[in-house]
Ligand binder design. Structure first.
Ligand code: CO
Length: 177
């Protein structure tokens, strides 16, 4: 496994829709392993493949309370309901947080690491937020396109050597994804 270099905005690979996977092979498995390691190394709650420069439709998500990462190949949101306002950050937009509009309930259809279809529903939690954030990435969108208004983004002071404790708690959720 390897920690991959992150791509920062602005960069075209973050702005373009990613390509669906037709076959889940050992190369894809290797990429997913590296994405998980990269997410952990950067204290992220999620990571999309284009954030490490690979324009494929793959995302990983692991909240602070999750024992293992969730893996999404070709994820698609099949249902959204409700609306809420949340604080959000992104590994590709370091040093900033913003207030965004998100759904309350999110249902996603995706393939797992064995190429089997599964569905997952999240409601009012960090996973629901992360599912929208990561599928946005894979559609070529950053959270800064979801700001409540143009002033809803601000700089944060962040010292990763000292705020690991904070990074592992989620209310209000301002984790980087
Ligand atoms: Co992000």
């Amino acid at each position: 496994m390897a920690v991959l270099p992150l791509i920062y905005a602005p960069h075209p690979v973050l702005d373009r829709p990613t390509t669906r996977i037709s076959k889940v092979d050992s190369k894809i498995h290797k990429l997913i392993d590296d994405m998980i390691e990269t997410m952990h190394a950067n204290y992220g709650v999620g990571l999309a493949a284009n954030q490490v420069g690979i324009p494929l439709r793959i995302a990983v998500i692991q909240g602070p309370d999750d024992i293992r990462p969730l893996i999404f190949i070709n994820p698609e949101i099949v249902k959204r309901e409700g609306r809420r306002e949340l604080t959000e950050g992104c590994l590709s937009v370091p040093g900033y947080q913003g207030e965004v509009g998100r759904s309350v309930t999110v249902k996603v259809k995706a393939m797992d690491i064995d190429g089997r279809l599964f569905r997952i529903k999240a409601e009012g939690n960090l996973l629901a937020q992360a599912l929208e954030h990561e599928t946005d990435h894979l559609d070529g969108k950053l959270y800064v396109e979801r700001l409540l208004n143009k002033d809803s983004i601000y700089k944060i002071e962040r010292d990763l050597t000292n705020d690991e404790e904070d990074s592992n708690h989620t209310a209000p959720s301002a984790e980087s994804r």
